[in-house]
Design a protein around this ligand. Structure first.
Ligand code: FES
Ligand SMILES: [Fe+2]
Length: 406
């Protein structure tokens, strides 16, 4: 028998950590709180060091808290994260997605970031090095030494990724991971290189993407995963392990790629991970390390609104790859995880469908995270663990987020 509104929207008869209210995916107030209490406090991956290989190379990064950031490699090869704002009148300093300040720009000299508006300029260490007609207009009231750039905390770590935290009082990155990336230590021990970058902007909430990466019950969505994984020995032994701070790991397994027509068994492995294996770590609030030998994929989320999400995907190989090895990694990566690969578009359909269906939460059901299977592969402990941390940081329960406002 079908259900009426009250039956359809009522809370399920489950423990309160086993479902979430659909408004956690759509509510504007919750989204603003997530920006302030989660994204402005957490270590996030802005890019990879190989994306700015030479001194004075830069990339800009749209931080999920709403900040625009310049990631710049200085002449001593130190990487900095600067707020992309001119201290004069607040103009954006760098408009391009990536480039170099090695050569002079139309706005100013070489080795300088020069604001196009009134030509204030800054060196790679963030010092203000020129204020046009300084003496004439400011006399001694405005001094260059008081107008350097705002620098955020940054670290290059865990596979050469550039991590940024805009909270000056944040703990060092390692202390916030609580060992979650330790299982990948050997897999991240050699220098890596990005060979693929793709970004998708979809009408969905960032947590929908992270949920999808945090549960493997949805392997039913992927024909590829069903035949190469679910039907193979060891699949149901794969286990979730959780780490303080909302992070989770799924133990690796041996896949049978040649069980799927058109896919070849891989002879190339990954450091610390043999050929045809698959390891995965999800980090709070929205980073996934995903290694399917012979390639690695990193997902990072940039929420643009409660129901608008940019997902960045990077494919990586080893810096030491021969041309043949690199070609094999790219071929395998793209066939499974590229924008036209076997799996990625299917995952995307899952969250785009959720985004469309849940856009109006007045007729949306409670969302179940209720599978309990001894932490094995189809257990939804990864999502429950994420929402426990989410609730702690927001001071709200994901199953009853507006309780205190009633
Ligand atoms: S706003 Fe940058 S120099 Fe004026
Ligand atoms: Fe998937």
């Amino acid at each position: 028998m079908s259900r009426d509104h009250n039956q359809w929207t009522k809370k399920p008869d489950l423990e309160s950590n086993q479902y979430v209210d659909p408004r956690v995916y759509t509510d504007e107030t919750i989204f603003r709180e997530e920006q302030e209490k989660i994204f402005d406090k957490c270590w996030l991956i802005a890019c990879h060091e190989s994306e700015l290989p030479e001194p004075l190379d830069y990339r800009t990064y749209q931080h999920p808290g709403g900040h625009n950031i310049i990631i710049l490699r200085d002449e001593d090869n130190r990487i900095h994260a600067y707020n992309n704002i001119c201290p004069h009148r607040g103009n954006l300093l760098i408009f391009d997605a990536a480039g170099s300040i090695r050569n002079a720009s139309p706005a100013g000299g070489p080795k300088r970031i020069t604001c196009i508006f009134h030509a204030w300029s800054f060196d790679a260490q963030g010092n203000c090095v020129d204020i046009p007609r300084q003496k004439d207009g400011y006399q001694d009231r405005v001094k260059q030494c008081d107008y350097s750039l705002r620098e955020f905390k940054s670290e290059v770590a865990y596979g050469g990724f550039v991590w940024v935290n805009i909270d000056d009082s944040a703990l060092p990155l390692t202390e916030t991971l609580n060992g979650a990336l330790d299982p990948l230590a050997e897999m991240l021990s050699e220098p890596l290189e990005v060979f693929h970058y793709n970004r998708a902007i979809v009408d969905a909430n960032f947590k929908m993407w992270h949920d999808t990466n945090s549960e493997l019950y949805h392997d039913y969505l992927h024909y590829h995963n069903r035949v190469t994984g679910m039907l193979q020995p060891g699949y149901f032994d794969r286990e979730f392990r959780t780490f303080k701070g909302g992070h989770a790991q799924v133990t690796d397994m041996l896949l049978k790629y040649d069980a799927m027509k058109g896919h070849e068994k891989q002879s190339l492995g990954w450091p610390g991970l043999g050929p045809n294996r698959w390891a995965l770590v999800d980090l709070f609030p929205g980073i996934t390390y995903n290694i399917r030998s012979p390639a690695m994929r990193i997902d990072t989320v940039i929420p643009l609104g409660p129901n608008k999400l940019c997902i960045e995907y990077r494919g990586l190989g080893l810096k030491s790859d021969t041309p043949e090895e690199r070609a094999a990694r790219i071929r395998h990566h793209n066939s499974v995880w590229g924008p036209f690969g076997r799996n990625l578009p299917e995952d995307m359909m899952g969250i785009v469908g959720q985004g469309r269906a849940l856009a109006n939460p007045s007729e949306a059901p409670m969302i179940l995270h209720a599978r309990v299977e001894n932490n094995k592969i189809h257990d939804e402990v990864g999502m429950r663990h994420f929402y426990e941390e989410w609730g702690r940081r927001l001071g709200r329960s994901a199953s009853n987020p507006f309780a205190s406002e009633k």
